[in-house]
Design a protein around this ligand. Sequence first.
Ligand SMILES: [Zn+2]
Length: 433
Amino acid sequence: MHKKLVLLGLLACAIGIWFAAAWLKENASTEVQIRMTKTTQDEWFVSYIFADSVTQATFVRNPDHSRIERWQPIDNDYYIGVDAESGHEFIARIDGRAFNSVAFQLEPTYVTLRKDYAPFSPFSDGGVSWYSGRFKVCPQSCSSALRFDYAFTMEAPLSDFVRLPEHSERGQLVWRESASDGQVIYVGPQQPGPAVEHGFETIIDPILPVSLKRRLLSDVPPLTQYFNQRMPHLAERPMLLASFSSTDNGRYGYQGGVIGNQMVLHWYGHSMAERITAPYFVEDTIWFVAHEFAHLYQAGQFSNDSAWIHEGAAEYMALEYLRSIGANSVYLNHRMKKASEQCLASNDKFELHYACGLLWAAEIDQQIKREYPHGLFFLWYMYVQALDEQPRSDPVDLYFELMAQLTNQEFTQQLQGQIAQRFARLESQQVAP
Ligand SMILES: [Zn+2]
């Protein structure tokens, strides 16, 4: 009897320890303080403070290795290196010793990062928007079991407003983030205005041509209405940031992105005046904005491996919107033709997600429309709604499940086969010399 009690007691202790360990594993977190500073001379610095000392801090996002060139350590004892195995950039001391803090001077100019958001988007009035995800590091390594909390501070001259959605201060703003994607922070002279009718908080570069600014603002209400009629409504008031930076190397273009409830549109080139006279500039712009609108309503349901799902759908939704407003059909046919050619011949995976993605989205839409008039939008309505109610580890499977419900098994399987085949062909092309 006595022995039994001891055994039971030991068992209870073991269970208790097991629960405590599981709780700690779930809840153990460490804080990283990230302070971004813009001086009155328009110099930018970022500094890190770690709760415990580290011998290395690894960056969370690594689209390329450009930090090595663009970030200057304030203290020459530090450097940015690239891990040979993972290809991830990291911060360390030259002598390999541990450290608690480190700082860098930054170059707040526009660069396009493939498959990632631009770190800085300058506005012509001296404002800048920057992307917080670019600056997140994991103390030691990102494979640690710890959860990371980021305490951000943005310090700017008092003449500047520091703005996040629904959150703005003059000169300084503090906020916290988890290890998730990040947000875009605006720092500059534009103060928050009164809430406008269409419900967007807008920060628009004054240098954008009047016609484009007017176009942007006049397109927001019909686009909002169009998507509201077809997709689950946005949970929070979105923020639209539109900026322009000039280049002197002949490069021009535009790049957009949606991060949470923020939509970022950036144009770059020699001059905007020259760009707006290009053929189909208006149609291109509406397509670009409608594509980003689609992402906003896709509510963060983005899959990196199957990017054709959200990119192709965004392309198709843009096409449908332009059709609905009676856009030039020569332009629309040209876009479809270009997508067909690229989907057939391109060796670039990134390009296939957009080009083939558009064609596949069109096929799905056509099938669904046999029964449901909103076609692809209806699939996305169900998909966003289902994932909002219950997040899943395999959203791509859910996408096909819902597709089969709205069309049929045969169509869905045939399409899946077609997609798998196209990507397999790409891989065999890449292996070939
Ligand atoms: Zn996109």
